[in-house]
Ligand binder design. Structure first.
Ligand SMILES: Nc1ncnc2c1ncn2[C@@H]1O[C@H](COP(=O)(O)OP(=O)(O)OP(=O)(O)O)[C@@H](O)[C@H]1O
Ligand SMILES: NC(=O)c1ccc[n+]([C@@H]2O[C@H](COP(=O)(O)O)[C@@H](O)[C@H]2O)c1
Length: 315
């Protein structure tokens, strides 16, 4: 093990869904620039359905990282939330994961979908990030660093642990949360996040926050970040240079009204929705549950911020 390897203490147990395998088919296993620190971006959310803005967040974050940090992006993951989140408008996890997979496969070279949280009980974001830490840094052993600038990053190690060449140094990958500014605004709302989780997420991992047009944008975002001043060094604000306020809520509303959503979502996702007639009625994640459903969901917030889950899992 090289002196560069920093393996943080793994969480001993995770509850994995049945037949779960952590997706690594697009994870760069070797760093291109040996002077950089690898970083993996993780976006947690409903993705009901996934829109171009969700995908665009990753591109904005990668540009920001290239221009302003010493990190090198080695992978990006969409992590759709469990059905147990029960947010109004949440279509079942299988459909949401399928749509995310279609979007990632057909529009990107580097995004992956991790179904870990989707296919089990609700997992808090702090636990989701720990899961990525465990998979990338404990199970895979981090990211390999080329020994010299002439080493080819195009020939990745063959084994799952990536230890083909014992002389290869391995570097700990930073896991970082990628989210819109509406999410950071909830971090100073009472009852949504526990203080311990906030410290864990923002202190240990950090967050890339994409300004969201119309929601918590501009001064609001600055205010939200001020409230989290303790972790300011670990919160990266990304401004949207082209404003776009597409949201899943609006997409669901359009579908319910029989309006076109083409060019708001990747084409294969539009086809998937149309072929199955998704989001057309109130009971199937149509976003219409803003009455009793919304109230019920709001009531559950406090419970979700503290309830934990752990079970047997592993690499
Ligand atoms: N237009 C947008 N600009 C910036 N961030 C966005 C935008 N749309 C979604 N996000 C971010 O993407 C992440 C996942 O989004 P999620 O699907 O939970 O939210 P959403 O699009 O707001 O859904 P809904 O409309 O159903 O509430 C969140 O961090 C959210 O802030
Ligand atoms: N306490 C927590 O861990 C906590 C609180 C609020 C939202 N979240 C996460 O943020 C993501 C987006 O949530 P919303 O769609 O409600 O904005 C979801 O993945 C959800 O699990 C986590």
């Amino acid at each position: 093990m090289s002196s560069e390897t920093v393996i943080s203490p793994p969480r001993p147990h995770f509850s994995n869904p049945p037949d779960y395998q952590f997706p690594i088919h697009r994870l760069a296993r070797v760093l291109r620039n040996p002077d950089k620190q690898p970083i993996v971006l993780v976006a947690c959310g409903s993705f009901s359905p996934i829109t171009y803005l969700h995908l665009r967040m990753f591109e904005m974050a990668r540009d920001y990282i290239r221009q302003h940090t010493d990190f090198e992006v080695v992978g990006g993951y969409l992590s759709p939330v469990s059905d147990q989140y029960k947010k109004p408008g949440l279509l079942n996890a299988q459909h949401r994961v399928n749509m995310c997979n279609l979007a990632a496969q057909q529009t990107s070279q580097w995004l992956m979908v991790d179904p870990w949280e989707a296919f089990q009980s609700y997992q808090r974001t702090a636990v989701v990030l720990d899961h990525f830490e465990h998979e990338v840094n404990t199970c895979l052993g981090g990211i390999a660093v080329p020994l010299s600038p002439s080493s080819s990053p195009s020939s990745p190690p063959s084994s799952r642990s990536g230890q083909q060449n014992p002389a290869t140094q391995r570097r700990h990958a930073r896991i970082m949360l990628l989210a819109g500014s509406d999410l950071i605004a909830t971090m100073s709302e009472p009852g949504v996040w526990s203080a311990r989780d906030l410290d864990h997420i923002l202190g240990r991992y950090g967050a890339l926050i994409v300004e969201r047009a119309g929601v918590g944008a501009g001064a609001d975002t600055d205010g939200a970040v001020d409230a989290l001043a303790r972790w300011r060094h670990n919160i990266h604000l990304i401004h949207q240079l082209v404003q776009n306020d597409v949201s899943s809520t609006k997409v669901r509303l359009f579908l319910r009204r029989g309006l076109s959503v083409r060019y708001l979502l990747p084409e294969p996702v539009v086809d998937y929705i149309e072929e199955r007639g998704l989001y057309t009625d109130e009971g199937s994640g149509s976003g219409a549950a803003v009455g009793a459903g919304q109230a019920e969901w709001e009531k559950g917030k406090e419970k979700r911020s503290s309830s934990s889950s752990s079970g047997l899992g592993g690499c």
